[in-house]
Design a protein. Structure first.
Length: 418
């Protein structure tokens, strides 16, 4: 059994504490979140707070996913702050400070909360329950949502219990207007490099210039079924895939020793997204339990929240996007060039000519984001026929348009591991 790094162990412990004490919630309203402010010193308060909820929403808007918005200080929020600090060239201690807060507040130009009126469509396709046994899953027609509450929590990047907390009297039925948090609309930039860092539990995606586009929390493999090593190509990206369980190739679940086809849906073994890699049976995918990314383990693959996996699936380029799995002890910062520290907004406000702290230029800061040279052993990018992105309605975009008043990826690959 391979030992966890000290950082990984600390992150898992920090996340497990709030999850094991979910009853320790504070009274919180949307107005509390809007009014929350950083006192100017110290870290986030322990437990749940409106300040942490606000921080999580702002991180989401900055392209640094905190996982679920739940208002709890924990491992995922800490890892997101570290990723935000890395993006801006700051010391990566995972703690809130005046510099981090000032940069995050630049994403607070629009309300952080809003109202959403539930529609009849929100109640379509629900299932009574999701069994644990794969053989029972295979008998079902869909791995759909089990409630309107679960569906809307995922749509707005919220923990399901936190959505209920902001709506204590809600029945979650059509025609009812509820309080929600307002995340960023999904990014549609193209990413050509993805870095997977198991130790920090983060997945970072870069565009053709080496600029960080998005950064997500992730579950990466396990001691029994570790993730791949080295570099691999994205072969396809599929929304709502079937899942093929094959105990002869991957792992054995319960007493199931036969190949099973499990229908698609957000509560399936790989959530509702599969990004297929050139390493057979491995991929990047969603999860049915987004609040437990740093608690659960995966069967070798990279597990994201469903919404983060959907966003990433629509940004990868099959046959061209390369996924680099870092070796143990190597961090994302070590395989990308140092980033020029982003100045405090009060300083940056006067820098309309493109100057940055330290006498550099905006172009120099951009150049600093370029990754270090890649070993010649990387897979060669290539174009794959028959795998393309087609336009379709994006429920989040439509819901945000309503609250504040996309494209589906298609392919032929089927996941066979998670």
């Amino acid at each position: 059994m391979r030992p966890f790094s000290a950082l990984a162990a600390a992150l898992m412990l920090a996340t497990a504490l709030p999850l094991s004490a979910q009853e320790a919630r504070v009274h919180m309203t949307p107005a509390d979140i809007e009014a929350a402010s950083y006192p100017g010193a110290g870290d986030l308060p322990p437990g749940q707070s409106a300040l942490t909820a606000k921080l999580q929403i702002l991180l989401d808007r900055a392209g640094i996913s905190p996982g679920v918005v739940d208002g709890f200080r924990g491992g995922m929020s800490e890892s997101a702050i570290r990723a935000f600090e890395r993006k801006h060239g700051l010391a990566q201690d995972g703690r809130l400070d005046p510099h981090v807060w000032a940069l995050l507040e630049q994403h607070a130009t629009a309300p952080l909360t809003g109202h959403y009126t539930i529609t009849e469509q929100d109640a379509l396709g629900l299932v009574d329950a999701i069994p644990t046994d794969y053989a029972e899953k295979a008998k079902m027609a869909s791995m759909g949502y089990t409630s309107v509450q679960e569906r809307l929590a995922e749509r707005f990047h919220m923990d399901e219990r936190f959505l209920a907390q902001l709506n204590p009297s809600a029945r979650f039925v059509a025609g009812e207007t509820i309080n929600i948090t307002v995340p960023a609309k999904p990014s549609r930039e193209k990413v050509l490099r993805i870095i997977v860092d198991k130790a920090s539990g983060r997945v970072a995606a870069y565009d053709a210039t080496g600029r960080l586009v998005v950064d997500y929390p992730a579950t990466v493999g396990s001691a029994a079924t570790p993730s791949p090593h080295g570099s691999h190509l994205v072969e396809a990206a599929v929304i709502d895939p079937d899942y093929t369980y094959n105990p002869n190739i991957n792992f054995k679940q319960g007493e199931n020793d036969k190949v099973l086809r499990i229908p698609p849906g957000p509560n399936g073994p790989v959530g509702n997204v599969w990004i297929d890699l050139s390493k057979p049976t491995y991929g990047i995918h969603g999860t049915a339990t987004p609040s437990r990314l740093f608690v659960n383990q995966s069967n070798g693959c990279v597990r994201l929240t469903n919404w983060d996996a959907q966003e990433l699936a629509r940004m990868v380029v099959p046959g061209q996007t390369i996924v680099d799995f870092l070796d143990p002890g190597v961090s994302i910062a070590e395989v990308t060039k140092p980033v020029e520290p982003t100045p405090m907004p009060a300083v940056a406000a006067g820098a309309v000519t493109g100057t940055v702290t330290g006498g550099g230029t905006a172009d120099a800061a951009e150049a600093a984001l370029l990754p270090v040279p890649i070993p010649a052993t990387r897979p060669v990018a290539r174009r794959l026929p028959g795998q393309s992105v087609s336009a379709a309605a994006d429920p989040l975009a439509a819901a945000l348009n309503q609250a504040t008043g996309t494209a589906a990826v298609q392919g032929t690959a089927q996941p066979v591991a998670n």
